[in-house]
Design a binder for this molecule. Structure first.
Ligand code: PEP
Length: 250
């Protein structure tokens, strides 16, 4: 069975509510080929407004992080039921900015993944090596650790419950994209690790997205790789024109 491509826009800490609504309107108005999924992840403050714009459209709403608890004294966090209430069906977890700027650990990310799945949100688990780790030949070791620890004790009943995003830290927001060979090599490795963790019919169907300076000029070549099942896009997702071109990759 073919894996259905997912094109996901991570708006990071950008957009006022009005800007987010306008961007979502422009994207929702574009013709989206029926064979692919599209997700927008605005900042928390704009989720409800963007959720209203997307209601009735095929574009999915995602958030940029999630707590593992449904409610309680967790100042600054947002819970899975709150995200569901705003219309989210997916959530980014373990983004490199959460790991490296906000010191989120694999154990914490594992709790977030579990909390999302418990509440029927699909986590988009981000993994990726730093430049120093790549140069030291540690890429596969880092990816395997982030996968095994991030997915520790996570039982899946279907491949649709999880998305993995390979985002080499050195390629995020730098304009320096991984080559198609580097992306495919990492994705194939990730697929191999998933095959040791889950039944074959699940591991072969989990979508693995590439993220890191994806743009209208490189998306077609990246998407042509066997194990690249979509893209997680930052900068180029903030302009309707470039994101719509990415959605319409060939
Ligand atoms: C991201 O923010 O997840 C990302 C991949 O950013 P960019 O596309 O700008 O590299």
């Amino acid at each position: 069975m073919e894996r259905r491509p997912l094109l996901a826009g991570n708006w990071t800490m950008h957009t006022t509510i009005a800007e987010a609504e306008a961007l979502a309107v422009a994207i929702a108005q574009t013709a989206i080929p029926a064979d692919r999924d599209v997700m927008l992840a605005p900042p928390f403050t704009a989720l409800a407004a963007v959720g209203k714009v997307l209601a009735g459209s095929p574009v999915l709403l995602g958030a940029q992080n999630v707590c593992w608890e449904p409610k309680g004294a967790f100042t600054g966090e947002i819970s899975p039921p709150m995200l569901r209430d705003a219309g989210c069906t997916l959530v980014i977890v373990g983004h490199s900015e959460r790991r490296h700027i906000f010191a989120e650990t694999d154990a914490m990310i594992n709790q977030r993944v579990a909390g999302a799945i418990r509440h029927e949100l699909v986590p988009l688990l981000c993994i990726g090596e730093t430049l120093a780790e790549r140069e030291a030949g540690l890429t596969f070791q880092v990816l395997e650790r982030q996968l095994r620890e991030g997915l520790k004790d996570i039982v899946l009943s279907g491949a649709g419950q999880l998305v993995v995003a390979y985002e080499p830290v050195w390629a995020i927001g730098t304009g320096r994209t991984a080559t198609v060979d580097q992306a495919q090599e990492a994705h194939r490795f990730v697929r191999g690790v998933l095959l040791t963790m889950y039944e074959k019919n699940i591991a072969t169907q989990i979508r693995i997205l590439y993220g890191g300076s994806v743009n209208p000029d490189n998306v077609d070549a990246l998407m042509a790789q066997d194990d690249v099942d979509g893209a997680l896009v930052g900068g180029a997702a903030l302009k309707a024109e470039s994101f719509c071109r990415i959605i319409n990759f060939k």
